[in-house]
Design a protein around this ligand. Sequence first.
Ligand SMILES: *Cc1c(COP(=O)(O)O)cnc(C)c1O
Length: 427
Amino acid sequence: MQLHNLKEYSQKVSFVDAVKTGLGRNQGVFFPESLAPLSDVDALLDMDFVTRSGKILSHLIGGELPSDTVAQMVKNAFNFPVNLVEVEDNTYCLELFHGPTLAFKDFGGRFMAECLAQFNQGEKVTILTATSGDTGAAVAHAFYNKPNIDVVILYPKGKISLAQQKLFTTLGDNIHCYAIEGSFDDCQELVKKSFLDEELKSKLGLNSANSINISRLVAQVCYYFEAIAQLPKEKRATAHISVPSGNFGNVCAAMIGAVIGMPVGKLSATTNQNDTVPRFMLDKNWTPNATIESLSNAMDVSKPNNWPRVQSMLDNNWFSYDNFYSVSVDEQQTQTVMKKIQQLGYIAEPHTAIAYQGLVENKAADAVGIFLATAHPAKFKDSVEDILNVELDMPKPLADALAKPCLATDMHNDYGILRTELFKKLA
Ligand SMILES: *Cc1c(COP(=O)(O)O)cnc(C)c1O
């Protein structure tokens, strides 16, 4: 896979180098120069999830990795199911929360860990990542106890749920966590600054595990094919998929899937009140506001890192603007929708409810809709129980994490302080 930097086209890298470096020069993200279509999509859709995913990833990555290596990496990473559940006529929920940290980020995090284990044998690596809630846990679990790898996680203090937080701050060992006094965008800014710091970067062997990292995105393409595969055959081509979006990595993966031949009609990237993209779609002006806190905190992002990738596919007409929707759902509506879904006999946490609403607003009457359940409702126990007046069972991984003490360190939103701390601890 040949990629270029979307801010400096002259910087070209292989897949392996893109995974190892994360972000390109001038803070540009890497993206494939072209995406070749898959040859026999129908045959692929007949395969089981793991076999098919190996083939899709081999196709995307190309000759850089032997296909049996990729197959084994997929087998290690995707060791939990993807479920498609019909919640009402012609509307399905794609449950992506059956992994170890109960959110879809397990797919990308675990595949990225497999990639780095392959590429970085013996070298020291420090994964530095900002999390708006669920990345931290997925990455921490994927890399926990891996030799030669340290993980540093920055998260906005007090702005993520206790369950989200405890799933990574309780691990210890090679997992180092900092509660930053600021927003997710502030954390993201600190990560970007670190990557521009050549001394820090080389001494620590810095690598980002954000959805900036292309290995996470390509892994996520696989579950969209699985969603389509689980639909009745005659319904596939009209499918309209709604993705709850924050940093826009997940919907980027859906679009990559469509570009390489996945049968899908339309895509919705649905946001909370952090509506930079929905406003951009109306007037093509990029005017991020300050980040607003919401019930769907993993999407409290006003400067989505992956938007340049999505926009490049739209601008190049790899995917038509006519088939791409982006609306925002406010706090009041989020709660109303959660209740409405409850009446259908399903429990959705806030992110999932937003995806459902994105479908309701734009899906054609005769189309089949799929909305993504990106997290288990118990991960947002407090708001879900409060809004829906129910009591949720705690899945075991969560109950275990909640019982342990938080090992994170508080930190001001200050790059100098972070830099000193990282040198002291890890250089
Ligand atoms: C990260 C996350 C999102 C947003 O995904 P992006 O790829 O950043 O758009 C949505 N829902 C949940 C539960 C998440 O953890």
